[in-house]
Ligand binder design. Structure first.
Ligand code: ADP
Ligand code: ZN
Ligand code: MG
Length: 646
């Protein structure tokens, strides 16, 4: 488990699978009994359009037997018509022998007048008159009905437009959809967020300001306006923002960056305006914009060449923040995991000028996070949480929470009532690798996967600056057909050149094994290749570990806290790019040579590992080392294989 340096082997062209719930668990569906305005309006519209259409269809279905008025009059004069039924303006002409024909007369003219006009003696015709047919009456009712519907429709539209800030719906576009957590309703506290003590300290100040704004105003202190919470996904940024509101006991308006965006240009900006207005009225208050990078990206830098809607929304945020009066007592918190792409204007003084960083939790942080989320779950007494924390290097708070939850689901499914260490281990694998799947694979495919994974494991085992293999498996999980887990044994903040080179060897191991055994390659190594190429590139560009030395990459604006994106750099000359590419290739070649060397010399060991994998599907560290026959410590002492790159 842990900072999984696992090497997933992807099946070629397989689509990402939809996460599956364990059997017996059904997704919760929320039936809303709310009065859904949009749907109602649509239904009314349908009725409004279709009912008249249906009636006019009924009316016209008799059209096959209609006659012009002139023809009808001629027939009457000629005595062909036995009798006439006058019903409103409709004439039903009876020709005898059940032969009926229809015609219509002008409105406002009586049938007698009509006969006189055609110079026919009314007494020569038998006719009955009914005033207003069923159809006519229906038509009148329908007219009134559609008028009522129209009126109702308009009333609804106006009501929608006037509706309050949680309006939404078809006509509430410009309203912010902010979720409001009223004063005191936010029940998260700092104590619920573990392992980010520096961040807490910095935010204490914000809390104090919100609690006692007068204290600061009295001495004329400029108070913070915007605080940016920065950190990788899942470390608890959103949780932290809620905790600040909870500690301060002020209303908390929360909205995600993407929620400002709608199809219509200008909607985002008006939502911002609405959000800030509402918050100011409720001051002291907190506005929280989650995932602000969705709107806060450098303006006019979209891949599609500018993005009007986003620019307008961002501008509106800047305008609102500049427009704060000194005693508004509204603090804007925002969270992002991509501070590097944010527009410079956002981080200027007076805007998001404070930055609070939340890091990946270290072992102490993980222990505290585990303690928080273990509450209320039935764990076996003998679980060593220190050990769990140690083995979960690279897990974020969200991963840990997820892991414990998975472990609980596991025992619930099997009807047990205690969570054991093994359950946690299984849950950790599931969190990092996805749920295990039974795929029907041919013996040959399984063997190929086994060689691929064994290749990773053997390569890493026989190098001296790598971590021990934790587990190898050819049980497919998520998109991976198999995996090898090599978690860092300790929290590490530095990697040396040798370590990086050997990591590349490890990543190459799967592909090298395929090449050696089958003299062929599968598409499964694509993510390995992706990662090792990025590593090699970082060695050359970011860490200056190649003979090219430190490379000047021009202005530092494209820097992120988690590495630089090579493609974002545009001011590098072509010849320098070519040099970099050549160096990357040399690194990979050197590593490949060493990897091939290891696998060729340890071929017998690899075959044994594969045989065991074919039989057991998964090997734990102890089993693996027993099969290999040499302990990691001995390998390190012997230092048999070295990557030759200089
Ligand atoms: P982020 O916003 O940084 O992506 P979240 O705040 O949404 O992360 O975290 C998701 C969940 O993970 C939280 O609701 C919480 O249960 C858990 N979690 C994350 N970080 C921590 C932490 N530092 N302490 C306790 N729980 C955490
Ligand atoms: Zn692999
Ligand atoms: Mg979040």
């Amino acid at each position: 488990m842990a900072k999984a340096k696992e090497q997933p082997k992807k099946p070629a062209g397989q689509k990402p699978s939809i996460p599956q719930l364990p059997p017996g668990m059904r997704p919760v569906r929320m039936w809303s009994f709310r009065f859904d305005m949009k749907k109602l309006l649509i239904w009314l519209l349908v009725i409004f359009l279709f009912v008249p259409a249906i009636f006019s269809w009924i009316g016209s279905s008799t059209s096959g037997m209609t006659e012009t008025l002139t023809q009808a009059m001629e027939d009457i004069r000629a005595g062909k018509v036995k009798s006439v039924d006058v019903s409103g303006d409709n004439l039903i002409l009876d020709y005898g022998n059940n032969n009926l024909k229809f015609s219509t007369k002008e409105t406002g003219q009586s049938f007698t007048q009509l006969l006189t006009q055609y110079k026919i003696d009314p007494s020569s015709v038998t006719f009955t008159v009914q005033n207003g047919s069923f159809m006519d009456k229906l038509g009148n009712v329908l007219n009134i009905l559609s008028f009522l519907l129209m009126a109702f429709f308009f009333v609804m539209i106006f009501r929608q437009m006037r509706q309050g800030q949680n309006g939404g719906g078809m006509f509430g576009m410009g309203r912010s959809k902010a979720k409001l957590f009223a004063k005191g309703k936010q029940d998260v506290r700092f104590a619920d967020v573990a392992g980010v003590d520096e961040a807490k300290q910095e935010l204490e100040e914000v809390v104090d300001f919100l609690k006692h704004p007068a204290k600061y105003h009295k001495v004329g202190a400029r108070t913070p306006k915007g605080v940016l919470l920065v950190g990788p996904a899942g470390v608890g940024k959103t949780l932290m923002a809620r905790a600040v509101a909870g500690e301060a006991g002020v209303p908390f308006f929360s909205m995600a960056g993407s929620e400002f965006m709608e199809m219509l240009v200008g909607v985002g900006a008006s939502r911002v305006r609405d959000l800030f207005d509402t918050a100011k009225k409720a001051a002291p208050a907190i506005i929280f914009i989650d995932e602000i990078d969705a709107i806060g990206r450098t303006r006019g830098a979209g891949a599609m060449g500018g993005h009007d809607e986003r620019d307008q929304t961002l501008n509106q945020i800047l305008v609102e923040m500049d427009g704060f009066a000194p005693n508004d007592s509204v603090i804007v918190l925002a969270a992002t995991n991509r501070p590097d792409v944010l527009d410079q204007a956002l981080v200027r003084p007076g805007r998001f000028d404070r930055r609070v960083t939340l890091d990946m939790p270290d072992i102490e942080g993980r222990k505290k996070t585990l303690a928080i989320h273990a509450k209320g779950k039935p764990f076996a007494k003998n679980i060593n949480w220190e050990d769990v924390a140690k083995r979960t290097v690279g897990f974020t708070g969200a991963d840990l929470e997820n892991m414990l939850n998975e472990a609980a689901i596991l025992i619930a499914r099997e009807g047990r009532d205690e969570i054991t260490f093994d359950d946690i281990e299984e849950a950790a694998t599931k969190v990092k690798m996805g749920p295990s799947k039974k795929r029907i694979q041919s013996e040959n495919d399984r063997r190929m996967t086994a060689y691929h994974e064994a290749g990773h494991a053997i390569a890493t085992h026989f190098l001296s600056h790598t971590d021990p293999v934790h587990r190898i498996s050819i049980i497919s999980r998520g998109r991976a057909l198999g995996f090898t887990m090599i978690p860092p044994a300790v929290d590490k903040y530095q990697s040396t050149r040798v370590e990086l080179l050997e990591e590349i060897c490890t990543l190459l191991g799967g592909r090298a094994a395929e090449k050696l055994i089958y003299n062929d390659l599968t598409a499964g190594a694509s993510s390995d290749i992706d990662r090792l190429t990025r590593l090699a590139r970082a060695m050359v560009i970011d860490y200056g570990m190649s003979p090219l030395g430190p490379i000047d990459f021009g202005p530092q604006e494209g820097m992120s806290e988690w590495g630089r994106t090579y493609l974002e750099q545009t001011d590098v000359s072509d010849s320098k790019r070519a040099e970099i590419d050549r160096e990357v290739k040399r690194i990979v070649n050197a590593c490949e040579k060493t990897t091939m060397d290891i696998l060729t010399k340890k071929r017998k060991v690899m075959d044994r590992v594969v045989a065991a994998l074919m039989e057991k599907e998964s090997l734990e560290r102890e089993e693996f080392e027993k099969i290999v026959g040499v302990s990691k410590a001995d390998v390190i002492k012997k230092n048999e294989f070295v990557v030759e790159y200089s």
